[in-house]
Write a new protein. Sequence first.
Length: 259
Amino acid sequence: MKRENKIIAQERRRKIFEIIESSGIVSVRDLARRFTVSSITVVRDLQELEEQGLIRRVHGGAISLRGASYEPPFSAREAEHAEEKRRIAARAVELVNDGESLLLDVGTTTLEIARALKGKRNLTVLVTNLRAALELANQSAIQVIVVGGKLRPSELSLVGHLAERTLRSFQVDKAFIAVGGITIEHGLTEFNFEEAGTKQAMIERARRRIVVADHSKFGKVMLTTVAPLKAIDTIITDSGLDSETLTRLRELGIEVILA
């Protein structure tokens, strides 16, 4: 192989590694299409990366050695795409009418929604995370119901069978759901299986199911499935979402709002 071709291959492998680290999982077919090379070439690239101890190959693709269950600390996630999250929260609150009942999931974007709800009147807000509860605690026009359950210290969220059973005793107007990853093929996915169970209960008990996620969540597949895309009504994201994904989501009948 000529030296120039070696450099090209090394650069492609570097980019493949970055994609795997970002998304957690990739397929050979998608990589071949993205880099306009054959599937055999991609397989060789993945073999080389695996031999270097950078990734682990699986059937039809590869995964990050960090694993799809790796969840960055809340503080680190809160600092990422902060401006986009504030814009998403502002658009989410525009959908809320005085007098409604809401479910507010755990997450950095849903925490921004809690902050943006200040000034709304006669709301009942069920929360599964203590950060949001504290944000809303001094709002006299908002009734806050904290859903009980097992505490996840890293997220200050409440999960488990008790939380799910409590959620299923309510019927609310709108649920604002945060997720770890979104793809057309795999739907909504999450880092932690207990959080996924809580989100599933929220989706079941809301008349309108709204996912709030900045553009970095798209194309990622996390450890456990929350729900297929057909289970939700609306996605609020930012203008960084690629046009192909936006078109495909709308073709599926999902309302996509760009903040």
